[in-house]
Every structure is written in structure tokens, then in C-alpha cells.
Design a protein around this ligand. Sequence first.
Ligand SMILES: Nc1ncnc2c1ncn2[C@@H]1O[C@H](COP(=O)(O)OP(=O)(O)OP(=O)(O)O)[C@@H](O)[C@H]1O
Ligand SMILES: [Mg+2]
Length: 258
Amino acid sequence: MIRLSGIEKSFGNKRVLRGISMTVETGRIFAVMGPSGSGKSTLLRCVNFLERPTRGAIEAGGRTIDANTATSRDILFLRNRTAMVFQQFNLFQNLTVTGNVMLGLTDVKKMNRRVAREESLRLLDRVGLSDKADYYPSQLSGGQQQRVGIARALAMKPDVLLLDEPTSALDPELIEDVLRCIINVAADVNSMIIVTHELGFAREAANTIVFIDDGVVIEETEAQAFFRSPSSERAECFLKNSLRRHINPSETPLERAI
Ligand SMILES: Nc1ncnc2c1ncn2[C@@H]1O[C@H](COP(=O)(O)OP(=O)(O)OP(=O)(O)O)[C@@H](O)[C@H]1O
Ligand SMILES: [Mg+2]
């Protein structure tokens, strides 16, 4: 479980998050949606203090960590309970796939190298990459690199897995593989907060949709209900625009199928 209470974040005098609260219970998947610039990435980065919130508190692992008083130990405590999957993968290019997955286990969790390697190979198998264990990131497709990123995050056994638009840097034909992989591993994860523009995926994978605009939660709605009929006009408008972009009405049926 992770609970965000009144998270605010300003950059200079620009207020990007204006008091965001949500509780992601164990076993739940939250999808965060909203227009570009609404603060979605900033919110995820605040959860593990990659950005220190200006105000607010985060409760995880039985501790409440307040932005105003958080010590470096508190931040470490929080980071040990979260793991992030980045849009641009952020793999170490000089390490093999296995090396990337092992790193957190040996360096953060202080696991013995042999055990860490076994665990990494198990996770690589879980994301369908056991045959790529000794490859370097540059020898993999974007979709495969992202699946390494997912294995690396899973290795930390986080209370909450954070994913920031994990497929938006990928070619269209690779997106589906990564989304399937996320759905497959979801059962292994305690809870997940995923920022995504993939409507079909959010509908299938998420329990709850949090719709954010201008640094405020506009609505938090059960996923099926959100896509059937969002309760706010802003979310409805956002969904209509997103769908319009997916299905251009001026296209012929053949173009649409392509
Ligand atoms: N380090 C920073 N310094 C100053 N402003 C920032 C910083 N990071 C983000 N911002 C601003 O905060 C706002 C929210 O940015 P954020 O990246 O969280 O949006 P987003 O919802 O993730 O957008 P997108 O969908 O395009 O990824 C933007 O106006 C952005 O310019
Ligand atoms: Mg973003």
C-alpha cells in the first residue's frame, strides 16, 4: 500500500502539483491519465523523492514521510519500497542485460552475486528474455530494452511499481509486447501506478483511473466506469480527443485497419 497525502510541488513560482492525494492499496493498479503538462511525471517522481515534494506526505511500509522533515534515511526507506520504469529505459549501456537486472540486488539489497544472478535470470525469463541474458542493451530492440527495465524494477520487489509512459518511446509494433509484459507481471507486483496514454491498456489493466489536470486530481474512478462514462467534463473531453486521434474519421476503413 502507498498513500499520498496533499502532495504539492512548485518549480520556482510555478505550481505544478496542487495537493494530490490517493491511496493505492496492495493488489491495485492505478493508471494516471491527463493532458500533457498536467503534472503526471512530476507526481511519479515525487513518490520516490526523485523530486522532493514542496509539501505533503507519503506513507509506505508502515512509515509516513513528510516532505518538510524527510531525512536522507527516510528517502532511502521510501526508495527501497518503490521502483521506477522510465520512458527512455535508462539502462546501463556498459552492462549486459543480466548485469542491469542484478545491479540493484547486489548494490542495494546486498545480495550474494550467485543468488542475484539466479534471481535475475528468473526475472528475465518472466519477461520473455531468457535468451538475451548476455546481450548488451544496444543489441536489443526498444521493446526488449523496456522489458529489461521492467525486470530490473521487479527485482527490487517494490511495494509500488511506478511506470512513466513505458511505451511512448517505442515504435508502434513494439508497444503491444511491452503492454502484454506489464499485464503478465502485474500479478507479481504489490501495487502499480502507471502513467499511460494507452486507453485500451488502461481499461484492461487498471483498477482505477486517476485523471489529473493542472496539478489537481479531477476524478478518481473505477476503470470500467471511467471509460463508460467519466464523471467530469474535462475527462470526457480528454477521452473524446484521444479517441479522435486514434480513429481519424476522414480515413477510409482500409486506412483505419492499417
Ligand atoms: N525540473 C523542472 N523545472 C521546471 N519546471 C518543470 C520541471 N519538471 C517539470 N516542470 C513543469 O511542470 C509541468 C508538468 O510537467 P510534467 O512533466 O509533470 O507533465 P506531464 O503530465 O508528465 O506531461 P507529458 O504528458 O507531456 O509527459 C510542466 O509545465 C513542466 O514544464
Ligand atoms: Mg510526463
